[in-house]
Design a protein around this ligand. Structure first.
Ligand code: NAD
Length: 423
């Protein structure tokens, strides 16, 4: 690769992703001439997003949409609103979407978008203007057959509704299939909001079964109590596991006898975070990594499990609800310490799977019941866990490498069979 290229940065999430590809390369000897396809995004768009603020001033925000790979179908991936968003991060997140879609064998490539903004500092009207302008700037590369955004950190179903409306206005008719994670009455799917957390839970059940951990009475620690963390917490709680620690941006709460998750959602909605919840003590954020737990679920942001933290983690199963929460050197330490890590590319794939169901429902204009959706989701997740586990056993490798073997094999075979244009 060229020196000084943005593709070669020696740190950040993209660097983590490249290291993961290097680790899987020896297993893909038969496709090695195509491996570089995975080490560069197909298309990366940087856009200026100017908006008029409520006080009449004009502010400019930086927006991105990266389509990492489209060999197996249209791009698929969320849109993030966060002050740390940059090209490096969006490239990595888009690449992980390529891998994730392929592990689940969904007919999608990988993409991701984002705007460098703290959405909590904008009014609802400013957020809407930002979303509509960003949509119009990336509008020529998205579409139901091109690239289908979805929610991620800092965005939600209302933002998806504005994207759908803005895109539809530009086309002159209603295009429900341009985004997923929409409100249900705009063509959204039942079960979508809870899907990622549900997928994390299913991976937990499957992993626990295989390592001989009884879920009932087991201890669970969760970082992040948003979309993903809260649903995973509820399902573990419902299965009579004890959620002993929860951390969010407001701090970390702990109760060794288990936190009452049935009441926590309401508290978080009212007070904006978990801190101060009844019958819990606040512990220092760094202590979260020392908590005595059987299952650890990072479900906030990437780059959370450093080598230092990996040496302290007590849990035997780590379920990566977040994207890219574990640094490669931490990965090695955890594996050395005998931990089972269910990697993000399968563990948090419940969201993209139900997004796929939403897209199919929108295209066919025929909608399924929540029970049907959950049933189909459970089936696909269990099948993918089976395939990943068996690949790991066969190749004597980690679940992460196994997931990458399966995914990269599918992506690069598609690339090979399509050929390189113009030949
Ligand atoms: P969210 O915005 O709903 O929730 C994020 C949570 O993380 C919040 O509880 C927030 O308080 C917490 N948080 C933020 N900064 C923190 C910090 N510094 N320390 C501790 N906690 C912090 O986001 P989400 O949709 O739940 O996504 C969480 C993760 O899961 C992200 O990595 C995202 O990419 C990934 N993910 C989400 C989906 C989805 O469907 N929502 C799908 C796949 C992967």
């Amino acid at each position: 690769m060229d020196k000084l290229s943005y593709l070669n940065e020696s740190s950040g999430a993209w660097h983590t992703y490249l290291k993961q590809i290097d680790r899987v390369a020896p297993y893909l000897e038969h496709l090695k001439e195509y491996i570089d396809t995975l080490k560069r995004p197909k298309r990366a768009l940087i856009v200026d997003v100017p908006i008029v603020m409520d006080d009449g001033s004009i502010r400019h925000f930086e927006g991105f949409r990266v389509q990492h790979n489209l060999s197996r179908g249209p791009g698929k991936g969320g849109i993030r609103y966060h002050p740390d968003v940059d090209l490096n991060e969006v490239m990595a997140l888009s690449a992980w979407m390529t891998i994730k879609s392929a592990v689940l064998n969904l007919p999608f490539g990988g993409a991701k978008g984002g705007v460098r903004v703290d959405p909590s500092t904008l009014s609802a009207r400013e957020l809407e203007r930002l979303t509509r302008r960003y949509t119009s700037e990336i509008g020529h590369i998205i579409g139901p057959q091109k690239d289908i955004p979805a929610p991620d950190v800092g965005t939600n179903q209302h933002v998806m509704g504005w994207i759908m409306d803005t895109y539809s206005s530009s086309q002159g008719y209603t295009v429900t299939g341009v985004v997923t994670g929409k409100p249900v009455h705009l063509g959204g799917s039942l079960g979508r909001i809870k899907a990622t957390g549900r997928g994390v839970y299913i991976c937990g059940v499957e992993a626990a079964k295989r390592v001989g951990l009884e879920l009932k009475g087991s201890k669970v620690a969760i970082q992040g109590y948003g979309n993903v963390g809260s649903e995973a917490a509820f399902l573990f709680y419902d299965a009579q596991a004890m959620v002993v620690a929860v951390q969010d941006h407001t701090g970390t709460i702990y109760n060794r006898e288990g936190i009452d998750i049935s009441k926590l959602n309401e508290y978080v909605q009212q007070f904006g975070g978990v801190c101060g919840f009844e019958n819990t003590e606040n512990i220092a954020n760094e202590e979260f990594w020392d908590v005595d737990a059987d299952i650890l679920i990072p479900a906030a942001l990437e780059g959370q499990i450093t080598a230092h933290r990996a040496n302290r983690i007590k849990a035997s199963i780590i379920l990566e609800g977040a994207n890219g929460p574990t640094y490669p050197e931490a990965d090695d330490i955890l594996i050395e310490r005998g931990k089972t890590i269910v990697p993000d590319v399968i563990c948090n794939a419940g969201g993209v799977t139900v997004s796929y169901f939403e897209w199919v429902q929108d295209i066919s204009s025929f909608f399924w019941s929540e029970a049907e959706i959950n049933h189909k989701l459970d089936d696909l997740m269990v099948k993918a866990m089976d395939e990943v586990w068996n690949t790991a056993t066969k190749n004597h490798c980690t679940l992460r490498t196994a997931a990458y073997i399966l995914a990269c094999e599918r992506i690069l075979t598609a690339r090979k069979e399509r050929g390189i244009f113009p030949g």
